[in-house]
Design a binder for this molecule. Structure first.
Ligand code: SF4
Ligand code: SF4
Length: 178
């Protein structure tokens, strides 16, 4: 059991902290006139980015929608004549999104990224459903270098098998037979 002196010391410590703050200069940020710069890693509004050649990075693999804990991402996959996959439509319901960032971590092409922009308040909740044209931007977001099709080994007009960065030539397995 604590002695009376220990209880008084604990109270004094608490009041000392309160007293210290009485003489501190208050920090008041007049939002929205002043907007505190947020770190790049802040998780808010989501964008769909492009690769350095200007192509859509999203290959409509559905990994982001599969990993989303609140099922707020939906899309339809399609394929171009040159073999590149893309999403014919892509939708995020920001009224449900909890900005967890799991979609960004699951994405193999760095297409989907969360940004520090958070000012999306709407009176009409349906305005928080963003379509592909609302999400697609004309830059690479946090990574302007990565181009999935130059690494993936997928045959498209960007390159054949073995022609991609750090990719080995295909092996003729019959040449290994005795
Ligand atoms: S941030 Fe989380 S909740 Fe929002 S779309 Fe991505 S996975 Fe879903
Ligand atoms: S995980 Fe990335 S590439 Fe796959 S569908 Fe989502 S945004 Fe597109």
């Amino acid at each position: 059991m604590k002695s009376a002196w220990e209880a008084v010391a604990a109270l004094a410590t608490g009041f000392a902290t309160t007293f210290k703050h009485l003489f501190r200069k208050p920090i008041t940020e007049e939002y929205p006139e002043y907007k505190r710069p947020l770190p790049e890693r802040t998780r808010a509004v989501i964008i769909l980015t492009r690769d350095p050649d200007g192509g859509e990075r999203c290959v409509a693999c559905y990994l982001c929608s599969a990993t989303c804990p609140v099922s707020c991402i939906s899309m339809q996959s399609a394929e171009r004549e040159d073999g590149r996959r893309y999403a014919s439509w892509f939708r995020i319901n920001f009224a449900r999104c909890i900005y967890c960032g799991l979609c960004e971590q699951a994405c193999p092409t760095s297409a989907i990224q969360l940004t520090p922009y958070f000012e999306t308040c709407e009176r009409d909740i349906l305005k928080l459903v963003y379509e592909k044209e609302d999400l697609l931007v004309d830059h690479g977001g946090k990574d302007n270098e990565y181009n999935f099709y130059k690494y993936a080994g997928v045959v498209t007009k960007v390159g054949d098998k073995g022609a991609h960065i750090k990719e080995a030539e295909p092996v003729d397995i019959k040449s290994n037979l005795p």
